[in-house]
Write a protein that binds this ligand. Structure first.
Ligand code: AMP
Ligand code: GLY
Length: 422
């Protein structure tokens, strides 16, 4: 089989490694992939948002199955375009990807179908938003409606900060069209859990739970990033919480999307907060999380391609999805200065024996050398019998890798360890 994976980060690298385990897979193309992915797939210089280029490539290369991994091509209708030329895909159509593409849509969906989430108001008029803030309890959370590279969420501690955030989004258009509409919502507290799930629109199969570490600095300080490390499973996600999530959140969401004529197929990501009032949805993503995928897929024992095809064919209920009972930790190595500004172009050295634990996010090949080319450069995942060992083993591997201006958090997994030890 010829497989095409759209995207070029650490998440796509982890997906490609797993797909390669299937014996029927002959060639995997990555569009565009990156210098590290090039070790595992044929990288093609077509951008993940070039829908025309992607469909033309798929037609020319007899692609049997396509995996569309990032949010932007999904929201732009990449799956619709590939389906239109007869290529089966993993991922939702645009009308279902809106669950991530518009926060106004997802908040209204949750309200209509009584899915637990933070209380909120939506605004398309700045003066109305500013007036609302006058009496709103602080802290409050301001979210741009559309995709904003994970940066469109501001937690405002004071009224002044909240006003500033609203003005930045609505008047200064910091996030372009994404900020034309905004959501202002209640600030929730509690541990966060990411649950990725497979769904064919009828059955929903949660994957093993995980915990992201979004802030740039140790002890959750500094700016929000795309994610600086993950662990799985997440100890806060107890069997009782999982049962409530299935009943109150996962099944109702699949049902709600069907009712709206927006059947979701692919990976639906539930960003949850376990609040004192029970689990609530912080956000939906229409795709695998990054870097959650880098700890979840290494623990998957069943065949990924078979499961993906089952989400497309509607046969997920008859398909085995089994996870290992071991533990995984992924530490992201970034360029110092990320997520603001950073230098790139430094050579990366990775010992041969560490390679199979490395998922490359931001690197390019030049004359056979691997050079840094992004903020998040790579992730190192270790799988061990306990969380403690997974953390230690992943940091051990991190210390064998070097590149100029390398930066990583030193406390990935500590919060989860506290929970385990309680
Ligand atoms: P998001 O991009 O929606 O995942 O938001 C980024 C981060 O902001 C989340 O991981 C949470 O830590 C935080 N966050 C988002 N919404 C809320 C909320 N209503 N209350 C508290 N924290 C939030
Ligand atoms: N790690 C969070 C995300 O993929 O959006």
């Amino acid at each position: 089989m010829n497989i095409m994976v759209v995207g070029g980060g650490g998440r796509e690298h982890a997906i490609i490694r797993k797909l390669k385990e299937n014996k029927d897979v002959e060639t995997i193309y990555a569009l565009p992939g990156n210098g590290g992915i090039a070790k595992d797939a044929q990288c093609v210089g077509i951008s993940a948002t070039d829908i025309e280029g992607i469909t033309a490539f798929a037609k020319e290369h007899a692609i049997d199955y396509a995996v569309v991994a990032p949010d932007d091509p999904l929201v732009l209708g990449c799956v619709d375009a590939l389906n239109a030329i007869g290529i089966p895909c993993f991922g939702p159509e645009a009308k279902a990807a809106i669950i991530e593409g518009s926060k106004v849509f997802s908040k209204n969906l949750m309200k209509k179908y009584q899915i637990p989430t933070a209380a909120y108001e939506t605004f398309s008029d700045m003066d109305a938003a500013l007036a609302y803030l006058e009496d709103a309890p602080m802290p409050t959370v301001i979210k741009a409606d559309g995709l904003a590279l994970g940066k469109g969420v501001i937690i405002a501690g004071t009224r002044e900060e909240a006003r500033e955030a609203v003005k930045e989004m609505m008047a200064d258009k910091k996030f372009g069209k994404s900020g034309e509409n905004i959501v202002i919502e209640e600030f929730l507290t509690g541990p966060e859990v990411s649950v990725l799930s497979f769904t064919d629109g009828k059955t929903v199969v949660p994957m093993i739970s995980s915990m992201d570490h979004k802030r740039a600095g140790d002890n959750d300080t500094g700016l929000n990033t795309g994610g600086m490390g993950t662990i799985a499973p997440n100890p806060y996600y107890t069997p009782e919480v999982a049962e409530r999530c299935m009943k109150e959140i996962f099944l109702p969401t699949i049902h709600a999307m069907n009712e709206e004529g927006r059947t979701f197929k692919g990976c639906l990501y539930f960003g949850l907060m376990i609040t004192p009032d029970g689990p609530k949805v912080i956000e939906y993503n229409c795709r695998f999380g990054d870097p959650e995928t880098q700890v979840v897929l290494p623990l998957l024992e069943s065949d990924l391609l078979t499961i993906m095809q089952a989400t497309t064919n509607g046969t997920l209920a008859q398909t085995q999805v089994r996870f290992s009972d071991r533990h995984a930790c992924c530490v992201i190595m970034a360029s110092e200065g990320y997520p603001v500004s950073y230098e790139k172009g430094y050579e990366i050295t990775i010992p041969e024996e560490t390679w199979d634990r490395v998922y490359v996010a931001g690197a390019r090949l030049e004359g056979g050398r691997l050079l840094t080319s992004g903020g998040r450069v790579l992730g190192v995942t270790a799988v061990e019998d306990s969380l403690e060992e997974a953390i230690r083993s992943s940091y051990e591997a991190v210390r064998t890798i070097s590149f100029g201006n390398a930066y990583y958090r030193t406390d990935i997994g500590n919060k989860a360890l506290e929970c385990v030890r309680r």
